[in-house]
Write a protein that binds this ligand. Structure first.
Ligand SMILES: Nc1ncnc2c1ncn2[C@@H]1O[C@H](COP(=O)(O)OP(=O)(O)OP(=O)(O)O)[C@@H](O)[C@H]1O
Ligand SMILES: [Mg+2]
Length: 124
């Protein structure tokens, strides 16, 4: 009874992470260890608060330098959020500037094209 209602209370998140390209292998390994196998990866250009320059750069403050980053997108059911984010951090962290940033968004819906499944069933 009311299955659709309880279903609609379950929430999903979209994790978007920008990481150093050289850390992608480590991040992937950590995700697999945490049983996260579904992800999308694209190349990106970006800069954070150092405007793409190293810490002791003393140049034109108005310029930004776009650095190569890798963008990960992972959609998860809420119960997988913590382990997924922690896995990304374990793999991406080198303790240097530019290690990356992780954004977490509420995800409205998800549809598996082949079966028309929606929501939490479609994500996993
Ligand atoms: N506010 C933001 N909006 C969009 N993308 C961002 C933002 N902050 C960081 N990024 C993306 O994340 C990448 C990595 O950011 P970065 O790790 O340099 O963050 P930071 O805030 O400068 O922290 P740190 O001081 O550790 O370098 C950037 O190159 C950019 O692609
Ligand atoms: Mg930075």
């Amino acid at each position: 009874m009311l299955t659709w209602f309880y279903q609609s209370l379950k929430k999903m998140k979209l994790i978007i992470a920008y990481i150093k390209p050289e850390q992608l292998g480590d991040v992937k390994n950590e995700l697999v260890k945490s049983e996260v196998y579904r992800l999308s990866v694209t190349n990106a250009l970006g800069c954070g608060r150092q405007k793409g320059y190293s810490e002791n750069y003393r140049g034109n403050e108005r310029e930004v330098n776009l650095l190569k980053k890798v963008r990960l997108e992972i959609a998860v059911n809420d119960e997988f959020l913590e382990q997924t984010v922690e896995a990304i951090i374990r793999g991406a962290k080198t303790d240097h500037i530019g290690d990356g940033k992780i954004f977490i968004l509420n995800l409205e819906e998800c549809i598996r094209v082949r079966t028309h499944e929606t929501g939490p069933e479609a994500i996993g």
